[in-house]
Design a protein around this ligand. Structure first.
Ligand code: 9MR
Length: 385
């Protein structure tokens, strides 16, 4: 057995022991609330929820999956809410225009339900050509393309929403429709056939409202508070204004929160005024806020893990303090509990080659200062009615 593996097992034994101890105490472990010392318990005390994404895998695979006992122990300790990392996307659910494959997402739902954990829906339409299934971009929409495209989208949204009914109470109906390069809306084969991007997004929301009238309907995007996001933020504001002007049923903005540390040159405090102006504009239009995918890219920080973890934790704390000051924010989800399975290593590795440390737990499943920062922010947060 390698040292890393032994350490991982030892750390897990610690998590498992805490979880079991909580379960043995009557009332300490409530269904869907995580363990008594978990992050969701701290969130719940303030009328909020804490959660994470989860993946599907075969049993015991080394993945960020419910079927990996090591990862599942983190979820049941800290989470009161889950979201599937990939398994509800068109690419996962739609092998072709005429078929659905719900097997993997159903398995996530079954595990979550058995553990009393609600699940968010992510997503009903990721409106970019590169994230739609390959068949969609070459699909033949026939002689009446607008009608065929509307039918395809309506059928997709309706089928997913009806299948899960009230078991899913919040959907990212549309994901990342704004191009950060120029603040315009992406087009797909679907939207070109349907007659434009805005009518396509509107139809997705109207259909979701009809098929899941109980659910919170979210527009989800990654415009963040760092300065190079200004154009993206402006594009999202324009989209949100358009939704209101056209009477489209959108309840909340999903603020993904893939944060990027700025080194010592720019503190979180310097980012705050502009970020608050954005959040104020969003909430003034009547939108709620959801933190849907929090993690931190440790850019411009030295390789030393102690220094880096401190920088990430402080940045996370400053960010959450601002976000938690908004009563319109209830749910906070991280995009993965441990560094071990985070998407960031594959997306943007550090230039110096040391592994990224973006999540609350390290790659040996030990809690990091980022987890303590989230706990401290939740503890200090104003209670929500
Ligand atoms: O973490 C996800 C990764 O495993 C997938 O390969 C990728 C493409 O489906 O999507 C990642 O999740 C994204 C999320 O769905 C939307 N916001 C950005 C996330 C990170 O790329």
């Amino acid at each position: 057995m390698t040292m890393a593996r032994r350490d991982a097992l030892a750390a897990l034994a610690g998590v498992a022991a805490t979880t079991c101890a909580a379960a043995a105490t009557p009332g300490a472990m409530r269904a869907g609330a995580g363990s008594a010392d978990g992050l969701n318990a701290l969130a719940a005390a303030k009328g909020r929820r804490f959660g994470s994404c989860v993946a599907w895998s075969p049993p015991a695979a080394n993945r960020g999956s419910f079927a990996n006992p090591a990862y599942a122990a983190l979820l049941t300790r800290d989470c009161g809410l889950l979201v599937a990392e990939n398994e509800m996307k068109w690419r996962a659910l739609r092998p072709s225009a005429t078929r659905f494959d719900f097997a993997r997402f159903d398995a996530i739902m079954a595990w979550a339900t058995a553990h009393g954990l609600p699940v968010r829906g992510h997503n009903l339409l990721w409106h970019q050509p590169k994230w739609m299934p390959a068949w969609e971009e070459t699909h033949d929409f026939g002689a009446r393309p607008a009608i065929a495209a509307a039918a395809l989208l309506t059928e997709h949204v309706t089928t997913v929403c009806r299948r899960y009914g009230t078991r899913i109470a919040s959907y990212d109906v549309v994901n990342e429709a704004v191009d950060p390069a120029d603040a315009t809306l992406y087009q797909t084969a679907l939207s070109r056939a349907l007659g434009g991007a805005a009518p396509t997004l509107d139809l997705a929301f109207h259909t979701a409202r009809r098929a899941a009238p109980h659910a919170q309907l979210v527009y989800n995007d990654y415009m963040s508070w760092e300065p190079d996001n200004a154009r993206h933020r402006a594009g999202v504001l324009t989209l949100l204004e358009g939704f209101r002007a056209r009477g489209v049923p959108v309840d909340a903005l999903g603020v993904q929160s893939h944060l990027v540390t700025q080194g010592t040159g720019m503190s979180a405090a310097a980012l705050e005024p502009e970020w608050r102006r954005f959040l104020d504009a969003v909430t003034a239009m009547g939108y709620d806020l959801v933190i849907t995918e929090l993690d931190v890219r440790d850019n411009r920080l030295p390789a030393d893990p102690i220094v880096r973890d401190r920088g990430v934790a402080d940045y996370t704390r400053a960010y959450l303090d601002i976000m938690l000051a908004y009563p319109r924010l209830r749910d906070i989800l991280v995009w993965g509990m441990t560094d071990r399975y985070s998407w960031i290593e594959g997306f943007e590795p550090r230039k110096d080659g040391v592994r990224r440390r973006p999540c609350p737990y390290d790659d040996r499943f030990a809690p990091k200062p980022m987890r303590a920062a989230i706990a401290a922010a939740l503890t200090a947060a104003p209670a929500r009615a």
